[in-house]
Design a protein around this ligand. Structure first.
Ligand code: PEP
Length: 246
């Protein structure tokens, strides 16, 4: 399985962030031997304002482009929202759905996330479906039950999938942006649980405080098919080191 290293810029980045993309593209095209390998998929999900210009300027340069969220409908009266079709039109090939920040900030439940994942497939995008437990849920011994429930409720209906790709991102909520990570054993056991739920072909990413310093160890864990990287994807040098670790 080709590893996928995906950067989620969240609500960060102005036009000047183009210099970071320049560095990344240079690394992917021979500037950094390990990060230039073409048996690694590299994806950047910038804010929607930067997607179209970056995807146009840096098309076919070793970096894939994605959105951070989409609406379930193709168009309509939904002020401020973006459809999966619009993301595809802007040059995206992927879209993150169900990120814990969307689930928390916008009250998105599993049924909404599922509609977004199905919308992504409808528009020809690969959805990255995020799941993960809170600290309280882990401490209560509920992590697998929570993640299993999110998968059951958020994954697109099988008849909408066919042979299309879906990526799952396991992101413990308490590890996002905190510098904390689960033990490698805990990552292994959750990824093995998710593998059992989604079958043998899906890429399962780990996300939550992935850094150049821990990427090698995390990416070596069984059933970890890549990483979803937030903070460390904003600086090209850090992101390049994580790609090199893969
Ligand atoms: C994320 O937002 O998906 C994420 C994993 O963030 P961070 O790497 O900053 O923890």
């Amino acid at each position: 399985m080709t590893p996928l290293i995906a950067g989620n810029w969240k609500m960060n980045g102005l036009a000047a962030a183009r210099v970071e993309v320049d560095r990344l593209v240079e690394a992917r095209n021979g500037g950094h031997q390990a990060a230039a390998r073409d048996d690694i998929d590299v994806l950047v999900c910038p804010p929607a304002t930067l997607l179209a210009p970056f995807a146009a300027e840096f098309a076919e340069k070793g970096v894939l482009w994605g959105g951070q969220d989409c609406h379930g409908s193709a168009s309509g009266a939904h002020t401020g929202d973006i459809s999966a079709e619009m993301l595809a039109d802007a040059g995206a090939g992927f879209v993150i759905v169900g990120h814990s920040e969307r689930r928390a900030d916008h009250g998105e439940g599993d049924n909404v996330v599922k509609a977004k994942a199905e919308a992504a497939l409808r528009a020809g995008l690969t959805p990255i479906v995020c799941v993960g437990e809170t600290k309280d849920q882990r401490e209560a011994g509920d992590a697998e039950r929570v993640v299993g429930g999110q998968l059951a409720g958020s994954m697109p209906a099988p008849e909408t999938v066919g042979d299309r790709e879906i990526v799952i991102a396991y992101e413990p909520v308490w590890a996002i942006g905190t510098g904390l990570t689960p033990t490698l054993d805990d990552i292994a056991s959750m990824h093995s649980f998710i593998r059992g739920a989604v079958g043998p072909t899906r890429r399962i990413l780990y996300g939550g405080s992935v850094k150049p310093t821990n990427a090698k160890d995390i990416l070596r864990v069984d059933h970890v098919g890549g990483a979803l990287v937030g903070g460390a994807s904003l600086k090209a040098d850090d992101f390049i080191e994580i790609i090199a670790a893969a």
